[in-house]
Design a protein around this ligand. Structure first.
Ligand SMILES: [Zn+2]
Ligand SMILES: [Zn+2]
Ligand SMILES: [Zn+2]
Length: 764
């Protein structure tokens, strides 16, 4: 019997297939199956020519997907037959870089188990080396300067490989074969502990051990990590945490904590299986967990908060540092108040000097900043609050390809941008609040970087309708400027929220959408934020909304919830609010001033925002009159909810209005009856849940729809989210919520892109 004829295929693999050990994997596979040919990287991904007997080749092609390396995300494998070449071996070809780029870049990934073993093995040549990595782990997005992903296109370009690292890099059987950031203590970056004058300090000669000693003595250290500088202090050290808070000008906003290991996490918090999965994933987000009452933490870590943001180490440096300290440390963004996280050494030296007692830093440059990601687990599923390090720039799939290349400029707070090409939506890392020069620069530079990396030249630019957002101005300037052939599209803020939820779920609608939000510019020029709409990706129609009330003093009403209480009382009591409440006595003469301002109708834009209604109630029951971070009053109101309270306040639907005044009067009656604030908070939540569910059901009945999408910043409130979902589900409706992008304004840019792509599809 003669041997079966050999066949040859040209195989193209796309997805995240570069920088993740794909070529050595293919090489190994070829050896195993007796296949000859070659594998190489190019701008579109991985290209393979494989030759062997037909059965082996079939297995080979199947395994490319089914056995792909840990960090790979294979999207497509296509094979076309070509004439046999008669190779005698399987080789790895050098990278090519011509033609259009369409390769993907992996997110930064937590240190893998193999590297951790070596890190702790005294016999290994990388023992305690704080920059150990391999093809299965380490820095990616934050060090990539260009594509294709090769060492010269990373911030490792300046570190020449030593002989031992070179050998590993070129050995197809080695875990570090073509691992671009590979290095060791002989050839790679070095760590230093320096004082605020830039002078090396420390007794032991080991910067990690010295830094741990400093932290244990109560110092605040700036630590250069993966996507920027953190500020660190021992989480159980009262003075250190208080000093960090004071110097950073951060009054109440909770700090996140880095725990040495899972055992330490269990001592701080309660966690379930789904939370454990998120916490230990290679993306290593901060997970908001239920904190134990007896957790050993300085009170200033997360004042007045039932939950705690916790993460596990994700770089060798963090592993070594937190192990050396032997206790959880606060690890918070290295910045002053609302500025973006510092990521350049020179910047750190000046900006962080007033906060840090010393710097644990190194000489591997960070090319792009990436803050830690934050999520909560709701009903067994992750709900991102910030999608950044560990996730960006991996694309989100668009269920329908964008006909033209699109840029979504996002909103203003928690800003992100989103670029889309074909089926890929590249949602940016967290940029921050677009209200100062630093953040704006980070926004514009980030867009340029993404355009280059993913070879996107947007023909369609989408912006919010708010004329004062810097993101809107950026979009308008593009068209005023020299950029030719760019078309602009304005998308209403809450339509974008619902569209982001649709895109998150791979759907196009129409659905009934409930957008509960802070404030967003409405289609009628007023400020919206409590909207029940019928929406598809293409369009929306407002069906119900919270009754609008004046926002006394505009922006200042957002920072001072007591002003919203005054406004809501006036509406609830038809212009004649009660004058015997504690909140009035507490606020004295400024209360009278605000009532006068409301009468004058000057500087009092109208808003239907649910977020502002929550603010008003928080102030009315004495939780908070002024906030020092976004959403604080509403967050603290949620924290107070007496979870087993069954009652809810009544609220009417009247025409297209959701009557908030009903809720406010019920709150006032309970305040007068001296009902406990936790019970009032619960009855208010239950009342809001009930009226929103009724509005959504009415909208469904009128339109014949049976799916409801929930989005907007107020849905970060888990009590509200879970109870609205439950009410709708028990009414037989299907509920869509967020699990890939945040429900807050960080998701707006994706929603904008989804709307633009859908409209483009409808007209092209
Ligand atoms: Zn590794
Ligand atoms: Zn080396
Ligand atoms: Zn919003």
């Amino acid at each position: 019997m003669s041997a079966p004829a050999r066949v040859r295929s040209r195989i193209r693999v796309t997805g995240i297939v570069q920088g993740v050990g794909f070529r050595p994997f293919v090489h190994g596979l070829a050896g195993e199956l007796g296949v000859v040919g070659f594998v190489g990287n190019d701008e579109a991904g991985v290209i393979i020519e494989a030759e062997g007997d037909p059965a082996a080749l079939e297995k080979f092609v199947d395994a490319l997907r089914s056995r792909a390396p840990a960090l790979a995300a294979v999207e497509e494998v296509s094979a076309v037959p070509i004439p046999v070449g008669g190779d005698t071996a399987f080789t790895i070809a050098a990278s090519e870089s011509h033609g259009p780029r369409s390769t993907l870049i992996s997110a930064d990934s937590a240190t893998c188990d193999d590297c951790l073993r070596e890190l702790h093995d005294p016999a290994d040549r990388r023992y305690r080396y704080p920059f150990i990595n391999c093809t299965n782990c380490g820095p990616r997005f934050t060090i990539v300067t260009d594509v294709p992903y090769d060492r010269p296109s990373t911030t490792m370009a300046g570190f020449a490989l030593c002989a031992a690292c070179t050998a590993e890099y070129h050995d197809p059987t080695d875990r570090r074969f073509h691992a671009q950031p590979v290095c060791c203590s002989q050839c790679g970056p070095t760590l230093r502990l320096i004082d605020t004058a830039g002078q090396p300090v420390g007794e032991s000669g080991d910067p990690i051990r010295d830094a741990a000693t400093w932290l244990s003595a109560g110092a605040v250290l700036a630590v250069k990590g993966l996507g920027g500088f953190h500020l660190a202090a021992r989480a159980d050290h009262e003075q250190a945490v208080a000093a960090l808070r004071g110097r950073k000008h951060r009054e109440d906003k909770p700090f996140a904590v880095l725990a040495p290991d899972l055992a330490a996490v269990h001592e701080l918090c309660e966690l379930d299986e789904a939370e454990l999965v998120e916490l230990t994933s290679r993306r290593r987000p901060i997970v908001l967990l239920h904190r134990r009452p007896d957790a050993r933490l300085a009170p200033q870590v997360a004042p007045g908060n039932r939950s705690l943001g916790v993460m596990l180490p994700y770089t060798p440096l963090h592993h070594l540092l937190v192990d050396a300290v032997g206790a959880p440390i606060v690890l918070t963004s290295g910045n002053i108040s609302d500025e973006p996280i510092v990521y350049h050494d020179a910047d750190a030296a000046t900006r962080l000097r007033p906060i840090a007692d010393g710097f644990l830093t190194h000489d591997r440059p960070i090319h792009i900043r990436a803050d830690d990601s934050v999520l909560r687990v709701v009903g067994g599923r992750p709900m991102p609050l910030r999608r950044s390090r560990g996730y960006a720039p991996e694309p989100l799939p668009l269920a329908w390809p964008a006909p033209r290349q699109v840029l979504g400029c996002g909103a203003e707070l928690k800003s992100t941008f989103c670029l889309a090409k074909g089926r890929h939506a590249f949602l940016s890392h967290h940029i921050g609040d677009l209200e100062n020069y630093e953040t704006l620069r980070s926004f514009t530079e980030g867009i340029e970087h993404f355009k280059r990396l993913f070879d996107i030249a947007p023909e369609l630019v989408v912006h919010d309708l708010h004329p004062e957002y810097l993101s809107t101005k950026y979009a308008l300037d593009l068209v005023d400027g020299d950029v030719e052939g760019v078309e602009l599209l304005g998308v209403q803020h809450h339509h974008a929220h619902i569209a982001s939820c649709l895109a998150d779920n791979g759907e196009e609608g129409p659905v009934v959408g409930i957008a509960c939000d802070g404030t967003g510019y409405g289609g009628d020029g007023t400020l919206w934020g409590g909207e029940v709409m019928v929406a598809s990706l293409v369009d929306y129609r407002r069906m119900f909304h919270l009754e609008p009330v004046p926002l006394p003093g505009g922006e200042s009403a957002i920072k001072e919830p007591w002003r919203m209480a005054a406004s809501w009382l006036r509406v609830a009591y038809d212009g004649a609010p009660p004058d015997d409440l504690e909140i009035i006595a507490r606020n004295g003469v400024r209360w009278t001033h605000v009532l006068r301002l409301l009468d004058s109708e000057l500087d009092t834009p109208m808003t239907s925002s649910v977020g502002r209604l929550f603010d008003a109630v928080a102030a009315l029951i004495g939780i908070r009159d002024a906030v020092n971070y976004e959403g604080q009053a509403a967050i603290e109101l949620e924290q107070r909810v007496q979870l087993d309270e069954p009652a809810g306040y009544p609220a009417r639907l009247e025409g297209e209005l959701i009557r908030g005044g009903d809720l406010i009067r019920a709150v006032v009656e309970d305040v007068r009856a001296e009902v406990d604030p936790g019970t009032i908070a619960a009855r208010f939540h239950n009342g809001v849940v009930d009226v929103l569910a009724r509005a959504a059901q009415a909208a469904c009945a009128e339109t014949g729809l049976s799916t409801v999408a929930l989005s907007g910043g107020v849905f970060q409130n888990v009590v509200l989210l879970q109870r609205v979902s439950a009410a709708l589900s028990s009414a037989g409706l299907r509920v869509l919520t967020h699990s890939r992008v945040p429900p807050n304004d960080a998701g707006i840019s994706l929603g904008q892109v989804a709307v633009a792509a859908a409209r483009d599809r409808a007209t092209h």
